[in-house]
Design a protein around this ligand. Structure first.
Ligand code: SF4
Ligand code: SF4
Length: 416
């Protein structure tokens, strides 16, 4: 589609990039078939083709309305549409450049605006951890969508990190030095994931370092369209990681949340980095891995250590893993090799569960429908546990599942 870019946008980098990317779109609509919001709402403007048209109209200076922003807000940014586009349109990039321009023109109503401000301040604040503890005590008075966000005891199978010191001893020159990025909300919502990661990596002869001075990867502020705050966090992380990697001869920077892994690997696409920072990012990206990408390295050391408990498992691949990082079937393959009874195929495996960062709080109705749909498909496998690879999916699915929902690394740690 050709974009007759309006003179107001001719000098704006984001607008120019979005209009170049839109040119590849031939308006065929194949992408609608894999879009969860189009499938749920059945409205052209709630699908990728419609959203691209909304952004195109904006760039051409045509009239917009609060509805235009509303339809963009309903996008999960799951990137499923990119997997079915025959023209290779990078929808997510069009969206990321186009949405802030729409937000400059159209304003949300008071409550959605306030919730966004609170989320930004609260989720990344130092008091988040203590607030989670207090919120847990009084969760019966919280609104349902906020209650669903709290940790659920069903997932807490690893209760201690007492073994960590013991395991962190006998490393040799062949050990990998791993810098662990623990994320922002994960360490409060489900600290067992970080404990489990250390246990498993140590058992696989990897020496672990914690990136304690790291801040949020920037995904959260990106979701809430705060580019300035995101850039600040990214710069802080680059500076911290650069020195830690050098000092400790780090082989890999590892994240256990696929959303963070994707975000870090996408740092080069962020506007506002200096040439020096871009060079550091290139070096960092080279050694950045989602924890699943370490499976080929650690499998041999673990294969005789894992004691399988006979239990059917279903694996839900997060969108950031399957559509963002394009890691498909890797975790399932290694779980089969370990000897687990894992269900790898079930209906609508490619569809988002509705979590999508802060989406489940901002759009609880659609998120709830998608979660229920996902859980129906997962439960139909007859599984006793659901494994996945991202903290958002875990808390969102667990809020309605009577079966434990865990990170796959927790499962390995339990079975060591
Ligand atoms: S499938 Fe691709 S080319 Fe077709 S409408 Fe969607 S984004 Fe455009
Ligand atoms: S990113 Fe996901 S929700 Fe958004 S348009 Fe694409 S498929 Fe639909």
């Amino acid at each position: 589609m050709h974009v007759n870019i309006d003179s107001n946008y001719k000098d704006k980098t984001g607008a120019k990039l979005a209009s170049q990317l839109i040119r590849k779109c031939v308006h065929c609509g194949f992408c609608n078939a894999t879009c969860p919001t189009y499938q749920t709402l059945g409205d052209e403007r709630s699908g990728p083709r419609g959203r691209i048209s909304i952004i195109k109209d904006l760039l051409e200076g045509k009239p917009t309305s609060t509805d235009s922003l509303h339809h963009l807000d309903q996008c999960l940014l799951c990137r499923n549409c990119e997997t079915t586009c025959p023209s290779g349109v990078q929808y997510s990039k069009i969206y990321e450049h186009g949405k802030p321009l729409m937000e400059n023109i159209e304003k949300r109503q008071f409550w959605p605006r306030l919730i966004r401000i609170i989320l930004k301040r609260f989720l990344l604040s130092k008091s988040f951890h203590i607030s989670i503890f207090i919120a847990n005590l009084f969760k019966f008075v919280l609104p349902k969508n906020l209650r669903a966000f709290l940790p659920n005891k069903k997932g807490y199978a690893i209760s201690t990190n007492a073994n960590l010191k013991k395991q962190n001893k006998n490393f040799n020159s062949k050990s990998y030095n791993i810098l662990l990025f623990r994320g922002c909300v994960q360490k409060s919502l489900k600290p067992t994931i970080n404990t489990a990661t250390e246990l498993v990596l140590n058992a696989a002869n990897c020496k672990t370092y914690i990136a304690t001075d790291s801040v949020c990867c920037g995904a959260l502020e990106g979701h809430l369209s705060d580019k300035t705050a995101k850039l600040k966090r990214v710069k802080e992380n680059i500076s911290h990681w650069k020195s830690t990697i050098k000092k400790n001869k780090i082989d890999f920077l590892v994240s256990t949340a696929s959303a963070c892994s994707y975000e870090i690997k996408d740092y080069l696409n962020i506007d506002g980095l200096s040439e020096d920072e871009k060079k550091s990012v290139r070096d960092i990206i080279k050694i950045t891995k989602d924890i699943s990408e370490l499976l080929p390295q650690i499998y041999e050391s673990l294969k005789n250590t894992i004691k399988i408990k006979e239990e059917k498992i279903a694996f839900h691949p997060p969108c950031t893993l399957q559509h963002g990082l394009k890691i498909n079937g890797l975790i399932e393959k290694y779980f089969i090799d370990f000897g687990y009874d894992i269900e790898t195929q079930f209906p609508e495996k490619h569809l988002c569960c509705g979590s999508a960062g802060t989406y489940s709080i901002l759009n609880p109705k659609i998120a709830g429908e998608l979660r229920d749909r996902k859980l129906t498909n997962l439960h139909q496998t007859g599984c006793k546990q659901i494994l996945t690879a991202n903290i958002g999916c875990i808390t969102h699915l667990q809020s309605k599942s009577d079966k434990p929902v865990k990170h796959w690394i927790e499962k390995l740690a339990e079975d060591l």
